[in-house]
Design a binder for this molecule. Structure first.
Ligand code: ZN
Length: 167
């Protein structure tokens, strides 16, 4: 996919016959930019850009920031680091994401946590105070990593499913 960088800071490309053009540095909410939600270590390692391949992705990411991530950030009073927001279908498959993942719709984000306690604080806060569709406290024993997956959607009623997943 060929990406054009315009002098006004926007980027443009064509995917599947559709034209996309947007500014990756736009704020989605006070503390979150679109660029943070498009960051992908998988894509960076391969020198490709992780950019939306469907209409409505940026809007879904904006709503996720405004409804969940920004209120969380304000309540914690410290940065909330996103390790994975939007993923392309292919990128999601390659990082081992579940098929049908809400990351592919721009409806989910993984919040990086330094330790189990940080993950628990974030998980508990969202569960008690914020709207969400799915909330998962995730742990990978092999790497000792912790993160909180949270999703939000306007396509259907929020399921409010919250659980812990250790692998
Ligand atoms: Zn996730």
């Amino acid at each position: 996919m060929e990406i054009t960088h315009f002098s006004d800071g926007t980027i443009g490309y064509e995917y599947d016959g559709r034209q996309f053009r947007f500014n990756p540095d736009q704020q989605l909410s006070e503390h979150f930019t679109l660029r943070e939600m498009l960051r992908s270590r998988y894509a960076e390692e391969r020198g490709i850009l992780n950019v939306p391949q469907e209409e409505g992705i940026i809007e879904a990411l904006r709503i996720l920031c405004q409804q969940v991530l920004e209120p969380l950030r304000q309540a914690l009073g410290q940065p909330v680091l996103i390790s994975s927001g939007y993923r392309t279908e292919c990128g999601n498959y390659c990082v081992g994401g579940v098929s049908n993942s809400q990351h592919v719709r721009g409806e989910a984000a993984d919040i990086y946590c330094q330790c189990q306690n940080d993950a628990r604080v974030i998980y508990d806060y969202i569960a008690a105070h914020l709207p969400y569709d799915q909330l998962i406290l995730e742990h990978r024993r092999r790497w000792g990593s912790w993160w909180v997956h949270v999703s939000y959607t306007t396509r259907k009623a929020l399921r409010r499913q919250a659980f812990t997943q250790e692998r």
